[in-house]
Design a protein around this ligand. Structure first.
Ligand code: NAD
Length: 274
């Protein structure tokens, strides 16, 4: 089959998020932004949460053009007070959330012998503290509303595999799988599902930044980083796209029962096969 984007393949699906409120962290950019757009296309009201209110507002305004309600929230996911205040604002302005995509993330690359402890802690804080704080706030609202909901963590092929130079990232992404499994057990009685998406490399700002950094660390060209490091083990040498990942998120968000919980789904052009 010739190459086709996931949005084209799925354009005719009927997955609906009508009447749902979805909060996506890190949705001013990259994967989070596309997930927020696709959720809005499926009818959900959208909370765009990101570090800077101005950035979140730009995305919220764009998505508002689709005819759903939107709310921009400034939320550093590593900050307990900021996360709790952001969720309270959502509850007050829109209502209790039904879907959380815990997506905000950063990358820092270095060999372990040179890794600064401060960078290790910074990365774990965004991915793991952020995952915990946002999912705790979401679970509280989902239990109180009595409607349950869907919690989606942005993992990575690095939830399953390791790569050089990424010690805290690989550690954090493996950790999110554990958190998702615990929430799936604790949440089941309340109709709360919890799953992980594990993308391969997607050309977002996070990855564009890594290409020259890895070229320098590994002493190879940027083309070689793409071909021989990032896409080496895919079945077709292709990047995964933001649409591919957003469609998987939509499936997890719209799935109607606890049958699909505690799972992780790898979307990586076959880089990692379960
Ligand atoms: P991106 O840099 O385009 O977007 C990340 C967003 O997170 C930005 O808007 C940023 O402002 C926000 N953010 C960073 N720190 C934050 C914080 N403390 N609080 C709130 N928001 C914060 O990156 P992306 O590629 O879209 O990455 C999104 C997620 O997908 C990350 O968790 C990343 O690890 C994961 N992921 C990305 C890829 C890829 O190849 N791009 C692959 C697998 C997993």
């Amino acid at each position: 089959m010739s190459r086709q984007s996931a949005s084209a393949v799925h354009a005719s699906t009927t997955l609906s998020l009508k009447g749902k409120i979805a909060l996506v962290t890190g949705s001013a950019s990259g994967l989070g932004k596309r997930i927020a757009e696709v959720f809005a296309d499926a009818g959900a009201d959208i909370v765009v949460a990101d570090l800077k209110l101005a950035d979140a507002q730009v995305t919220a305004d764009e998505i508002g053009g689709k005819g759903v309600k939107t709310l921009a929230v400034a939320m550093d996911v590593t900050n307990e007070a900021a996360v709790d205040a952001g969720f309270e604002k959502v509850q007050k302005d829109l209502g209790a959330i039904d879907i959380l995509v815990s997506n905000a993330g950063i990358q820092i690359v270095a060999p372990i012998q040179d890794f600064k402890f401060s960078d290790w802690k910074k990365l774990l804080a965004v991915h793991l503290d952020g995952g915990f704080l946002t999912s705790r706030a979401a679970v509280r609202q989902m239990i109180a509303s009595g409607r349950g909901g869907s919690i989606i963590f942005m993992g990575s092929v690095h939830s399953k595999e390791a790569s050089r130079l990424k010690s805290p990232y690989v550690t954090a992404k493996h950790g999110l799988e554990g958190l998702a499994k615990v929430i799936s057990k604790e949440g089941a009685a309340h109709g709360i599902r919890s799953n992980v998406i594990c993308p391969g490399f997607v050309r977002t700002p996070l990855v564009e930044k890594q290409i020259p950094e890895q070229a320098q660390e590994l002493g190879i060209s940027e083309e070689e980083v793409i071909k021989n490091v990032m896409l080496k083990d895919t079945v077709d040498g292709e990047f995964t796209t933001v649409d591919d990942v957003a469609q998987v998120a939509l499936t997890f968000a719209a799935f109607p029962s606890n049958a699909l919980t505690g799972q992780s789904l790898v979307v990586s052009h076959g880089w990692f096969m379960q």
